[in-house]
Structure formats: C-alpha cells, structure tokens
Design a protein around this ligand. Sequence first.
Ligand SMILES: [Zn+2]
Length: 326
Amino acid sequence: MPKKTPPKLPKLLNTKIYKTGQTRGADDDVIYQNRVNRKSTVLIPFALWNKVSAAPEGEESFESGFICLLTPKEFFETDNIQQVLADKGLSLGTNALVFYQIRTDWEDFNPEDQGWSPANSRTSPLLGQYVARIAATTADHGEKISRGFNTTGMKGAGIRLFEYATTKRINECRIQLEAIFWLCHDSLDSVTEFNMIQEEAIERRDYCLAEAQNSGLLDFELLKEARMVNEQHQTICPLCLEPLSSYGFFNRLVQATGREVHDLTVTEINLFHIKELRYGEYNHRAYNLGWGHHHCNVVVKDSGIDETLSWMEGVVARNKDSGYMN
Ligand SMILES: [Zn+2]
C-alpha cells in the first residue's frame, strides 16, 4: 500500500514545529548564523577542543563540518602552534581560524601585519585565516571592527556546538513535538478553530501518534519522567506542571489579527529544553524537548529546571520568613 500523506497542519503550527530544527536568532555583532538548521557548520572553541570536539554518539563527524576558533593569544602565545594544531588534525585556514573579539588583541597581534585575509567560507578552504567582531568603544573612539562572514550571502561562520543536531535527531524531535501537541487536552478544538476540518484533524493526529509510537517516540513513562505529560497522558508545562492549552500555540496569530477566539488569555507556548543546552552535551534530542509556557521558559532560561526550583523555594521561604506571604 502506498504511503498516504496526512492532511496538513494549520500553517502557524506547522512553522512552529519546523522551526524547532533551527538555531536561535543571532545578530550581526556575533559570528553565529541567524536561525539556521541545526546540522550547520559547528564552531568549536580551541580551549574546549580536547573535551568537547567529538560529534554526537554514534556519529563519525558533523554533517556540515566544523571550524575551530582560537583566540589571538592562544595562537600567538602557544609555542610551536602550527604543530600543536597539526597534532589535533587542525590547520589555520582549513578548519581553524583566529577569532578577534578584543581591541588590544587586534592591536597587539594585527592580522593585516601577518598578511592574513578574513575568512569567508564555512567549508575548506575557509578563504582566510581570521574573523573579527570587535564592538565600538566610545572612550577612545575605537570603531567597530567586523571582518569575515559578514556579507549578505555569507552571514555568520556557523552555529554553537551545543545547538548541533543530526538530521535524524531533528526529525525525531519534530515528530515527538507534534505528538506532544496532539496530547494537549484541547488540541482538536484549537486546530479546528484554526481551519482544519474535524475529520482531517483526527486523521492527522492519529497518523502522527502512530508514527511516534512506531519510532519509539511515544513511551509515556519516558515522557512523564521528562515532565512532558501527566498521569492522564496530557501535555503539561515542564516547569509549573499545569496542563497546556493548545490555544497557546496559536497565540501569536491571535495577537496579530486581533481575532476572536475561545480564550485570549492563554499563555504563549514555546519550545522547552528539559536539560539545558551546554558545551559537552547534545541536548537537542527526543525526550529532552517539550513545549512549555513562554513565561516558565524565561524563568528557567539556561539554568535548568532543578536549579530554578531550588531558587523558587528560596524565594518563597524568604518571603514567608519576612512576613510578606502567609
Ligand atoms: Zn508553566
């Protein structure tokens, strides 16, 4: 039997799920690419090379390669640096660059004096030996210095190492994140309110849940452990544990159009990393990505759920001790 394509999700929801495979936004002052696929070229700080440069478990290399970044001090003050690099399989201009961020480094180790050019390719050869992003300073009228990876077609050198995920993982996460959407107690109500026909919504839901089930992505014990669903197998916010209303997925559209819907007071819902992203771990993976309240996500930020809960405990205890709370 040929595989039937399931009915399409409402556009806004589809985009929201698709975007989970992309990195966070970056601006011109940094060397990261802005909202690109998580399988893009990764940037690895030289200082962390020995600890974290390995590709995710089971993978031989990064799908789009890597660039190792050295500080000017690391490059110019390490004895026999070319050999040190070669021993690690690195070479300047091929898969390594010197990254200037500090004005005094720019003055002390000026790349132009070395006859270097700014790099402008994410694959070997990198077309240069260095990249620079130095902020303007008002005190000594120092102007902003931006060299390499700053043209329209080649903005940003790559992504943060810990944001990396393989195509396979990106896809698994998308399936699981859609499944978690469907597990919201009111998912059928919201999608039909946003232009899906009831039968098609049911068909899409069943298709997605079956696909998740068949790929090992719908293990309720693991989902509960990861704080994504409650005992009733309904989607909850990983921090506050409140059941999530699926209307929160459409929040932005509602605000933009001023459209009348069922409940305008629902909180916006965002992608939520259960274990935070950090160097040394690849946490964009199934059973680590859920949906949560925008507010709760902001509170947890990069510190993680456990640390946030201890902090909250302290906040409440101090408020009680001081008589502000009963
Ligand atoms: Zn919450």
